[in-house]
Design a protein around this ligand. Structure first.
Ligand code: WT7
Length: 663
């Protein structure tokens, strides 16, 4: 490190507040602080500002119908189509401009650009194909696809014909696919035969078939994208399966009138992990969700039509839905998609892509930033990143050190960073600085967005004093919110509203949304999110339920009992620690360990694979028989243990500690 750099690092280390760069402010979509007061005074009508970003077939009667909380309705009576908003309305002015810039993982392959015109054409053709297969309005179509353009095309084709989509992350297991298709009664699947991972063609068809075999109802049609061509694994399709390309070619030139959907009609389902083993089907609707993603893309990501905007998430998660597909395309910008990992073929792949495409915004996750930091600043330094204007992060808390590294080595101290807190359920961003308005404080996401009423409260629901830890809550509804859990209104109330609401009341003011995160708030109203307070882990920004992992482990032959907790991890944020008791007659050996790891991969996917499997004769339990997870977490983190005398079996602790320590 040169002396200059050392000086710079030292200065940055001291600094805990950063003003938005003047050059950024002068061109920002939002640069006037008065927006906070305006929205507060004009709530809920302030959200017309978001709705105005969309084209409506019929305008709405009411901004918010809060007559039956927590079943709120937004923009009621309004009608619109999401695909028309993301495509058709841009054709006149931006038909020849790129809608999607797709970068495949292999470097010796042509990347693909879809102009708005081209994207519109293929979405229409695929929408026609879906209709011909028999997909009707409100039929749920499942997608189990990697990061290829056919995924957003399929999503938009569904939106066009009013069929909600349910995208299952391609890295999830066959079993996870089956559970989600069953839960949604989904009879249609769009998948791919494979994709590339670190240079190798990966077979996805086999896994798909396995999953389909576990679905309890008839799956009428399966569409397969031939991603691998000659590198494919030589499968023959079944009788209810068709290649995507053949279907689209048969519909060449077809046009499908976008169905006018009610604002409150379902746009999609997205399954996410919760405290119990069953994943939750989060339901998002057409009007509120699209308005929310468009508005936040504009106000927070500063997206303008002429930008080349890059979110490095996977579309299989909510971040990709909201901020690769719907938000950016609703605004008519160019959105980028990258198929592969950031370290293939070299650790500068992302920076190379950004340089080549002159990317203007990068939205990524702290886990990626920590990996970049570990690899070293020489990789971003090899490339001209001066096209970047704004940086963003999402998925987990970002520590100030990683924030500052990102600020300096990627943003060259001239890009604001937005640290955006939100969830699958919120549809889009909730807590973050407006980049053209607010001071940035590394480590703290920032104040709630204008019009968002987020507060940090104690167990009684009273606001905590600045600096004290409490629970994050949202005290007023917002347009992008989930509407319910699919076919489970009761669980919706139980999971998100029961904690702090008077659930007998019809008055919106008595209803409080609880995201199950802990947080602190400072004197200026900046919120620092501390992490989940339920039994949900955040591994590399991905949400995993400990119960799901535990039930996968207990399903392995020879396992009697298991407890899963999160331990701190340099890059992943949290890693899975599994404490396992074997049945008599089974050895606590490497073979058992690999069967447990495989069991978890089969049930959920490689992301849930335990970092460490610790065999133990007993689990630490309270006298009433509850597993002391906090203690297991402390052990995983090598921390001092507090008083263990309330345990029924205090002796077991030392034994486990020794095993985690590695002796
Ligand atoms: C959970 C939601 C939002 C899309 C990606 C994850 C954590 C998210 C932040 C942030 C601290 C964050 C929370 C939240 N989280 N963003 N900026 N700072 N924590 O969506 O899978 O629904 O997970 O991610 O714990 O509850 P998700």
């Amino acid at each position: 490190m040169s002396e200059d750099t050392a000086e710079l690092e030292a200065r940055l280390e001291e600094q805990d507040e950063f003003e938005p760069p003047a050059e950024f402010v002068s061109q920002a979509n939002v640069s006037d602080d008065s927006i906070y007061d305006e929205f507060e005074e004009d709530w809920p009508e302030c959200w017309e500002r978001a709705a105005e970003l969309l084209d409506w077939d019929e305008s709405y009667d009411e901004v918010l119908d809060a007559s039956n909380p927590p079943f709120y309705e937004w923009f009621t009576g309004g009608k619109l189509n999401a695909s028309a908003n993301c495509l058709d309305r841009h054709l006149d002015e931006r038909g020849d401009e790129a809608a999607i810039e797709w970068v495949g993982e292999p470097t010796d392959e042509e990347n693909r650009t879809y102009t708005y015109e081209e994207l519109h054409r293929e979405v229409n053709e695929f929408a026609a194909a879906l209709k011909e297969l028999g997909v009707g309005e409100d039929d749920v179509v499942t997608m189990y696809m990697p990061m290829i353009p056919e995924l957003p095309i399929a999503m938009l084709a569904c939106a066009r014909i009013g069929a909600p989509h349910s995208v299952v992350f391609a890295g999830f297991s066959a079993e996870a696919l089956a559970t989600r298709m069953e839960s949604a009664d989904s009879e249609y699947l769009v998948t791919a035969n494979g994709y590339y991972r670190r240079g190798d063609p990966l077979d996805h068809y086999e896994k798909t078939r396995e999953g389909l075999g576990d679905v309890g109802h008839d799956v009428s049609d399966v569409v397969v994208v031939d991603r691998l061509g000659e590198h494919g694994h030589g499968h023959d399709l079944e009788s209810n399966e068709r290649y995507y390309r053949d279907l689209v070619d048969e519909q060449s030139g077809a046009e499908v009138e976008p169905v006018s959907r009610d604002a409150e009609d379902m746009l999609f389902l997205m399954y996410t992990s919760g405290t119990t083993g069953q994943p939750k089907g989060v339901k998002h609707t057409t009007g509120g969700y699209l308005a929310w993603t468009a508005w936040t893309s504009q106000a927070v990501l500063d997206v303008k039509p002429e930008d080349t905007y890059f979110c490095s998430a996977d579309i299989g998660w909510i971040t990709g839905h909201s901020y690769i597909v719907y938000g950016p395309l609703a605004l008519g910008t160019t959105t980028m998609m990258y198929e592969g990992t950031p370290d293939h073929p070299e650790r500068d792949r992302l920076w190379e892509i950004i340089e080549e495409y002159e990317t203007t915004q990068l939205y990524t996750a702290p886990t990626a930033i920590r990996a970049f930091m570990k690899w070293g600043s020489q990789y971003p330094e090899q490339h001209d990143l001066s096209s970047l204007r704004l940086l963003g992060t999402v998925g987990e808390p970002i520590n100030p050190k990683a924030w500052k590294w990102y600020y300096k080595h990627v943003g060259d101290e001239s890009c604001p960073i937005v640290d955006t807190w939100w969830q699958t359920e919120t549809g889009g961003m909730m807590v973050t600085t407006l980049p053209g308005v607010k001071t940035m404080k590394p480590g703290s996401a920032g104040p709630p967005l204008p019009g968002v009423d987020a507060q940090v409260v104690d167990p009684n629901g009273d606001e905590v004093a600045p600096g004290e830890a409490g629970y994050l809550t949202v005290q007023k509804p917002w347009p992008g919110m989930l509407r319910t859990l699919y076919q489970n209104d009761e669980r919706y109330i139980e999971e998100y509203w029961a904690e702090y609401s008077d659930t007998q009341s019809d008055d919106m003011d008595d209803w409080v949304y609880f995201p199950e995160d802990g947080a602190k708030i400072d004197d200026d109203g900046y919120i620092t999110v501390l992490g989940r307070v339920d039994d949900v882990l955040n591994v590399s920004g991905h949400r995993l339920g400990t119960m799901e992992i535990e039930s996968a482990i207990v399903g392995v032959e020879g396992v009697a009992e298991a407890a899963v907790v999160g331990g701190k991890h340099d890059v992943k944020g949290e890693a899975v620690y599994a404490y396992v008791i074997t049945e008599d007659g089974y050895d606590e050996d490497d073979e058992m360990r690999s069967r447990i790891e495989e069991g978890v991969e089969d049930a959920i996917g490689p992301i849930a694979r335990p970092e460490q499997v610790v065999f133990t004769p007993e689990l630490p339990k309270t006298r009433s028989g509850k597993i002391m997870r906090r203690l297991l977490e402390d052990i995983a983190n090598g921390e001092e243990l507090g008083n263990t005398s309330t345990l029924r079996n205090p002796d077991v602790v030392e034994d486990i500690q020794r095993k985690v320590g590695g002796d």
